[in-house]
Design a protein around this ligand. Structure first.
Ligand SMILES: [Zn+2]
Length: 411
């Protein structure tokens, strides 16, 4: 059952996953946590050892390297992120390899009550005989996106050792802070220097993603009138009452994350902070279409204005800032990068499947900044939690897709 790239992929993922690289949205630093660089530095070392060229760790925390072309062709980028999600414990990850999965329950040494099986994770059905990697029960695994890192590294090593394979120049980029939406520094597109690129950051074998949400953030600030509570009659305007009114007037049973799916967008109240004199509501707005996103912004403003009209002494401001845009808007003008990867997926015997992602990727920003960048599967499953798992054989499929892509781009 174990073939071609299995051993290398398993070794890489186990080695990378054990390094804590959790990012932190609250940190103003770049990268947000210095520990991410522990993995970045290891990658620099490994890339130099395998003979990659132009290996650098930029001052904004991205590892860049080149696999020189063996044939004339466009410059292709392969990207993956080194950080792990802040939503779940990612410190002290102990990767466990379950060799030749038997189809039943996978248990966790550090969490005896935890069980992983095809019932809780349907993609496990049919994985009998494959090698499954999990954490030990107390942490996430971090296959998101160290699987992507392992796949790009393995494919790069393979191309460097087999110069008879025709391919154009390949640029590698391992970014920090993807999980907190800060993975793409404005300098990255120029430094990457790729005509188009792929993130290896997706799920099931065969999946190719080139449609993401379009996303805005919103900040509503309610300024009331402060007064001593004992002498406040007719004077005090309580910001918390008005902020609550705004939240209660926004849609509850439609247009929220918990009531939408598929291609429906939402307005999500993320946080409410403050006191009686000032309160701040933080929201995110999501939709696949620009018009839908604008409509959600307009609805939010309308609700703010309506509540403001009930209390002229208060001040309510609503600030909406763009976050990222659906990459389809750019890709549909030139589908070459998508068509190439669909063909590469078929080359390894899989059926390409594309579903819109209810989120964004580093590729959304890169695409918007001029580097078309669809997202390719890695095999990762149940990410951001203790049940996270990945099949070594699924990673091997993604590695073969990367190599097929490299070949395809020059033919
Ligand atoms: Zn990811």
């Amino acid at each position: 059952m174990r073939s071609d790239f299995d051993e290398e992929l398993e070794g890489r993922l186990v080695r990378y996953a054990a390094i804590d690289t959790q990012s932190d949205a609250a940190s103003p630093d770049q990268p947000s946590t210095a520990i991410q660089l522990d993995l970045s530095r290891l990658l620099v070392e490994e890339l130099e050892q395998m003979g990659a060229q132009d290996v650098v760790l930029t001052d904004y925390g991205v590892v860049l390297a080149t696999v020189p072309g063996t044939a004339p062709g466009p410059v292709m980028g392969w990207c993956a992120h080194v950080d792990t999600a802040p939503q779940y414990n990612a410190t002290g990850v102990k990767p466990v390899v379950h060799r030749r999965y038997n189809g039943g329950d996978i248990s966790f040494a550090d969490a005896p009550d935890l069980k992983l099986n095809p019932e809780v994770s349907p993609h496990l059905a049919g994985k009998e005989g494959e090698d499954i990697i999990t954490a030990s029960g107390l942490t996430l695994l971090g296959g998101d996106d160290k699987a992507g890192v392992a796949i790009a590294m393995t494919a790069a090593r393979h191309l460097l050792e087999n110069p008879d394979i025709p391919h154009g120049p390949i640029r590698l980029a391992f970014t920090p802070d993807e999980e907190i939406g800060r993975g793409v520094d404005p300098r990255l597109p120029a430094d990457l220097g790729a005509d188009f690129a792929y993130t290896f950051d997706g799920g099931k074998p065969g999946e190719i993603e080139y449609e993401t949400f379009s996303a805005d953030g919103a900040k509503v600030t309610v300024t009331g009138v402060s007064a001593h509570p004992g002498f406040a009659r007719g004077k005090m305007v309580n910001a918390l009452h008005l902020a609550s009114k705004i939240v209660m007037t926004l849609p509850h049973v439609t247009m929220t994350p918990e009531t939408t799916e598929g291609t429906e967008g939402f307005l999500h109240v993320v946080e409410m902070q403050g006191g009686s004199s000032e309160a701040v509501i933080t929201l995110i707005l999501r939709d696949f279409e620009r018009a839908g996103l604008e409509a959600k912004g307009a609805l939010l403003r309308q609700v703010c204005d309506a509540v403001a009209a009930t209390e002229p002494r208060a001040r309510i401001t609503c600030e909406i800032t763009p976050q990222y845009r659906n990459m389809r808007y750019w890709l549909e003008k030139d589908m070459t990068p998508v068509d190439l990867v669909r063909a590469a997926v078929a080359d390894v015997g899989l059926t390409p499947v594309s579903v819109p992602i209810r989120g964004g990727t580093d590729g959304s920003r890169l695409t918007e900044m001029g580097v078309p960048c669809p997202n390719v599967f890695t095999g990762m499953q149940e990410i951001h939690g203790p049940l996270e798992w990945i099949s070594v054989q699924d990673m091997a499929l993604a590695t073969r897709v990367a190599i097929a892509l490299a070949r395809r781009a020059v033919t």
